[in-house]
Design a protein around this ligand. Structure first.
Ligand code: ZN
Length: 396
């Protein structure tokens, strides 16, 4: 295959969409300006390739067809200097997902500037495990709009989700405090665009000694401008006499019981994917959650749903909350509860979640790989694979 170049039309549209400014974070250089004579214009911008123009180029071509490689979705607007920077060392420091994040962040910023409103745009770029009981030190996870983490059981998928969720809800981090002398402490670094680069570090020494640095400075609390919403594996169901259904769902999602009631009301109003008309009622002095799940009799009690049907209800509640939060601040939805779904249900929900990521980023865990959603890497799907054994797991 020969080198694939962008058409002049693609270059022009890309430059315009980016306000003729470099999209490398923090650069923002003008790439167009006056030339020597009153009629002249000098353009110094470059339409860089995210996936490579030629088969042996930086970052490779993934599995993209020629028409995808020269589409505008594969193009990034940069100043001449940064066009060289991203391709140096064969692009090793700038993987495709990272360049997609530059593009998304910059275009969002231009759109907001054009409308003249202040905006809250954020993009989670990557997580680096610097020290942990599970991963090879330095293991790095890059994020797309939708990131699927594939790994067998006990390979670290839940750990990664909890280290992310812990940025909003510290109780997720406490579980990772070292036990005895054997287990290592955990140190994780996060990189984001907000829209300028922002990095923070979490160090878990022990349950009551969890330290945070934001941009290199020690902070009392981790108040980064990102919200993480976590749908973890279902927790053990206590005796229903002791725990109401709303308290159980609150414990599952680690949110307040009042918030559970409000999410259910909101989901009932806006409508879900396969879950409709959820509502709490009193039955024999007991609280019950009744829902219509596609494919079952309408109005079933949550307790009478199958395992996977209950998980579907929880996922749709988490999506509903993520939609709401994303209108206010950058949001990342974590879904780590689909391990028991069959392929058809997994794919259906992965596609549903990926379709929501115009509004927020999502991270979904999977045990097997034949269930990936039908999204293209150019639309922001990133697949990360966990390999190896405990203490030495790597991320590819
Ligand atoms: Zn630049």
């Amino acid at each position: 295959m020969t080198r694939i170049n962008f058409s002049n039309g693609v270059k022009r549209t890309l430059a315009e969409r980016n306000g003729f400014r470099c999209s490398f974070p923090g650069c923002d250089s003008a790439t167009i300006g006056p030339g020597a004579t009153p009629q002249d214009v000098i353009s110094t911008g470059v339409a860089a390739h995210i996936h490579s123009a030629s088969p042996g180029g930086p970052r490779g071509q993934a599995t993209l067809a020629p028409q995808d490689l020269h589409s505008i979705r594969n193009a990034l607007w940069l100043c001449a200097n940064h066009a060289r920077v991203v391709d140096a060392k064969r692009g090793a420091e700038f993987p495709a997902t990272l360049l997609h994040s530059f593009k998304t962040a910059h275009e969002a910023r231009i759109a907001f500037e054009q409308r003249g409103v202040s905006f809250k745009f954020g993009w989670l770029q990557s997580l680096v495990v610097q020290e942990s009981p599970l991963f090879t030190p330095g293991s790095r996870l890059d994020f797309g709009r939708t990131t699927i983490i594939v790994g067998r059981n006990a390979s670290g998928k839940t750990a990664l989700c909890e280290w992310l969720a812990g940025c909003t809800e510290i109780s997720f981090l406490k579980r990772w405090s070292p036990i005895g002398k054997k287990r290592k402490r955990t140190q994780v670094r996060y990189e984001a665009l907000n829209p300028l680069p922002l990095a923070w570090t979490v160090r878990i020494y022990e349950k009551n000694n969890i330290q945070f640095d934001v941009d290199g400075l020690a902070t009392p609390r981790l108040n980064v401008p990102f919200v993480f919403i976590h749908a973890p594996e279902r927790p053990y169901r206590r005796n229903p006499e002791d725990e109401t259904i709303s308290a159980y769902l609150a414990r599952w999602l680690r949110i307040d019981v009042a918030l559970v009631h409000n999410i259910v009301r909101s989901l009932a109003t806006r409508g879900g994917h396969h879950i409709h008309n959820p509502h709490f009622v009193k039955q024999n002095d007991q609280e019950a959650l009744l829902v219509d799940v596609d494919g079952t009799r309408p109005g079933l009690d949550f307790h009478d749903l199958s395992d996977t049907e209950q998980i579907r209800v929880v996922i749709e509640m988490a999506v509903e909350l993520a939609r709401f939060e994303a209108e206010r601040q950058p949001t990342i939805l974590l879904v780590d509860c689909m391990a028991r779904f069959d392929c058809r249900h997994f794919q259906d929900y992965a596609d549903f979640i990926a379709a929501q990521t115009r509004q927020f980023q999502a991270v979904v865990t999977a045990v097997v790989e034949d269930t990936l959603p039908a999204v293209s890497p150019l639309d922001g799907l990133h697949v990360a694979r966990l390999r190896g054994n405990v203490a030495d797991v790597t991320i590819e």
